[in-house]
Design a protein around this ligand. Structure first.
Ligand SMILES: C[S@@+](CC[C@H](N)C(=O)[O-])C[C@H]1O[C@@H](n2cnc3c(N)ncnc32)[C@H](O)[C@@H]1O
Length: 405
């Protein structure tokens, strides 16, 4: 067992989760509108030394931000743990795979995923190695599960006794982002080496599909909340969905030389799709009446071509996940925009087309070519408000005012 430094020392964490500590945190939270210096002096008037007063203020801040992010009202958090906690919607979605089985949360933190597992699994064991998080985990789990301070890579349970495991390894250390599956803490190879019957591992949605530590036989799920791609999950063994296994069989099991299975999920609706990812080999068609922009989770799972096929849509270009169709398919997997005009990708031509549309505010999104956005904006004749902005994969320029004619 290792005890690692956190934003709150372990002994302070133990004290702040006593009845006395919690009363002070509650009072500091109620004082939220007050100036922090006033709250600190208030706490000192109640006999707290400066170190304890600082702990109370820190836990009040962490707890407030976690509860605002949707964690239950009776839970307690340090600021760092609140920041690392899973989005409750995502945690609840993942926990469905642990319905009616005993579950172990291998990297519990202060319990974001543990709480979701408690709502689904028959029994829950939460493991956390950081002594400064364990008191919070204890407070949040209460009598509903078991909390163990220990190392996930040497679990106190025997894998194979029917327990299905979940891990959410840390993706940052010392202010640095840990990008590869071998670097996250604990690492993916260290977790898979424990050989659970079923194991789910939360990973970055920006996971490199060619990461050498990505287990070949895992389902890789991409979870989107609203418009934003939020999480990836590797599902191993018994936790791979039945639908996934069926898709694997019907797709002949091998894509690009490995047994690669992916899935995409949209929250809050819970729309889910699993399949064998496929390279973009489908038909390419010129623009028809509608432009279809696929959900990022579907693109990352490389399932957009398959769904587009089913909807009678086709790609606009080999290297771009943009599709076109003759009618709006009304699919939640795609945002459909009517195509008003097809014009050459030159500023003057686009400006003339916009003038013809008269009086509408516009957003210009340039997909897949190197444009100097500022220059485009200038060459288009710059409307009165709004401005250019470059994003990683697309470039945007917008105005909230009608385009001047
Ligand atoms: C990203 S946080 C987990 C957050 C949690 N899923 C939640 O939603 O609140 C990762 C946690 O794993 C713990 N951890 C890292 N290595 C571990 C190990 N070998 N054994 C147990 N816990 C570990 C860290 O201390 C940290 O609290």
């Amino acid at each position: 067992v290792t005890t690692r430094s956190e934003d709150i020392p372990a002994d302070a964490a133990r004290w702040v989760m006593t009845d006395e500590g919690r009363i002070h945190v509650q009072a500091a939270m109620a004082d939220s509108s007050a100036d922090p210096l006033a709250v600190a002096s208030h706490l000192r008037q109640h006999g707290l030394d400066p170190a304890r007063a600082a702990t109370v203020q820190s836990v009040a801040a962490g707890t407030r931000s976690a509860r605002t992010a949707g964690q239950p009202a009776d839970t307690w958090w340090t600021p760092a743990a609140a920041e690392q906690a899973s989005d409750p919607q995502v945690a609840a979605w993942r926990a469905r795979r642990y319905s009616d089985v005993p579950a172990v949360d291998l990297t519990a933190g202060c319990g974001g995923d543990t709480l979701a597992l408690l709502a689904r699994a028959t029994d829950v064991v939460a493991i956390e190695r950081d002594a400064s998080r364990v008191p919070f985990l204890h407070a949040n789990v209460g009598e509903r599960g078991w909390v163990v301070m220990g190392d996930a890579t040497r679990p106190p349970l025997r894998p194979g006794d029917g327990w299905l495991a979940f891990a959410d390894p840390a993706r940052r250390a010392g202010g640095r982002r840990l990008r590869s599956l071998g670097e996250v803490i604990p690492s993916v190879p260290a977790l898979t080496a424990t050989r659970w019957d079923g194991l789910g591992i939360a990973v970055s949605p920006a996971i490199d599909l060619a990461d050498p530590a990505r287990p070949d036989d895992a389902e890789l799920e991409f979870i989107q909340v609203g418009p934003s791609l939020r999480e990836g999950v590797l599902w191993l063994g018994a936790l791979r969905a039945a639908t996934t296994l069926a898709a694997e069989t019907s797709a002949g099991n091998r894509v690009g030389g490995s047994a690669s299975i992916t899935s995409a999920t949209l929250l809050p609706s819970g729309l889910h799709r699993a399949g064998a990812p496929r390279p973009p080999t489908g038909a390419i068609r010129p623009p028809e009446a509608w432009l279809l922009v696929p959900a990022p989770a579907l693109v990352r799972a490389r399932l957009a071509d398959e769904v587009a096929d089913e909807l009678g849509a086709a790609r606009l270009a080999r290297g771009r996940a943009l599709y076109t169709s003759a009618s709006d398919p009304g699919s939640p997997w795609f945002t459909a925009e009517p195509i008003e005009a097809v014009v050459p990708a030159r500023p003057a031509a686009v400006r003339d087309a916009l003038r013809a549309l008269e009086g509408l505010p516009v957003e210009i999104v340039l997909h897949g070519f190197d444009a100097v956005v500022d220059r485009w904006w200038r060459d288009m004749g710059r409307p009165p408000r709004g401005g250019p902005r470059a994003a990683p994969s697309t470039s945007h320029a917008w105005t909230t005012d009608p385009w001047p004619s």
